[in-house]
Design a protein around this ligand. Structure first.
Ligand code: ADP
Length: 211
C-alpha cells in the first residue's frame, strides 16, 4: 500500500511518517529530506534545489519529479509520500510513474489544521542532523538540550524555518498544494490535526488507514 500525507508545513506529516515507519513498516519518501541530503553532499542537484529552498519556494517540478523517479526505480511499494506531490503537475506525473511500475496511490490523508498554530510550531522546530526526527524548543523538548534522544545527533534549526521564509512557504502551500485536496478527493480522508498530541493524531491516522 502506498499513501500520501498531505498538509501544510508544520501540520505533523514528518513526525507521523516516522511513527508509521517504526510501527507499521512503511518506508518514508520525503522529498525535503532527499533535497537536504543532496545539499549536505554538495551534489549538483542539491546546489540547484538550495537556491529555491532557501527562499521558501518550491523546487521546479521537473527537477523534483526526476529525483522521485530515480528513487522509485529502487523502491515503489509500502511508501509514505511526505511532501510529495506538492503541485498538480507532480500528482499527474506520480500517477504515471507508479502506473508504469504496476503501482498506485491507495490512500491520501489530509492533515486539516488551524493555520494559526503553524508559525509557532515551525519557528520552534529543531531537527536531528542524523535521523531527521523533529523536536520543539518548548512543546517537545529533547531529554538533553540540543541532543537527539534516539541517536545523540545535534539538533539544528532548518535554514527555512525563519519567520519570513515560513510566511512564503505557507503562501506557496495555499496556492500550489491546497488544490491537491480536490485532485485526490476520491482517495482522501481528512484527519483533524489541530490541538492533537502526537499520540492522538497517530491514533486517528491508524484508524483512517485501517491499519
Ligand atoms: P515542510 O513540509 O516543513 O515545508 P519539507 O522538508 O517537506 O518541509 O520541504 C522543505 C522545502 O523543500 C520546501 O519548502 C521546498 O523548497 C522543497 N521541497 C520539498 N518537497 C518538494 C516538492 N515536492 N516540490 C517542490 N519543492 C519541494
Amino acid at each position: 500500500m502506498n499513501i500520501i500525507l498531505l498538509g501544510a508545513p508544520g501540520s505533523g506529516k514528518g513526525t507521523q511518517s516516522e511513527l508509521l515507519c517504526e510501527k507499521k513498516g512503511f518506508i518514508q519518501l520525503s522529498t525535503g529530506d532527499l533535497f537536504r541530503n543532496n545539499i549536505a553532499n554538495n551534489t549538483a542537484l542539491g546546489m540547484e534545489a538550495q537556491t529555491f529552498m532557501n527562499q521558501g519556494l518550491y523546487v521546479p517540478d521537473e527537477i523534483t519529479n526526476k529525483m522521485v523517479e530515480a528513487y522509485l526505480e529502487q523502491t515503489h511499494d509500502n511508501l509514505i509520500f511526505d511532501g510529495y506531490p506538492r503541485t498538480v503537475d507532480q500528482s499527474v506525473e506520480l500517477d504515471k510513474m507508479l502506473s508504469n511500475l504496476g503501482q498506485t496511490i491507495d490512500k491520501v490523508i489530509y492533515f486539516e489544521i488551524d493555520n494559526s498554530v503553524l508559525m509557532e510550531r515551525l519557528t520552534g522546530r529543531l531537527i536531528c542532523q542524523i535521523c531527521k526526527r523533529s523536536y520543539h524548543k518548548v512543546n517537545r523538548k529533547p531529554l538533553k538540550e540540543g541532543v537527539c534522544d534516539f541517536d545523540g545527533g545535534d539538533l539544528i534549526t532548518r535554514p527555512d524555518d525563519q519567520e519570513d521564509k515560513i510566511k512564503t512557504r505557507l503562501e506557496v502551500y495555499n496556492t500550489q498544494t491546497a488544490p491537491l485536496i480536490d485532485f485526490y478527493q476520491a482517495k482522501l480522508t481528512k484527519v483533524d490535526a489541530t490541538n492533537k498530541s502526537v499520540e492522538q493524531l497517530y491514533e486517528l491516522l491508524v484508524e483512517a488507514l485501517n491499519q
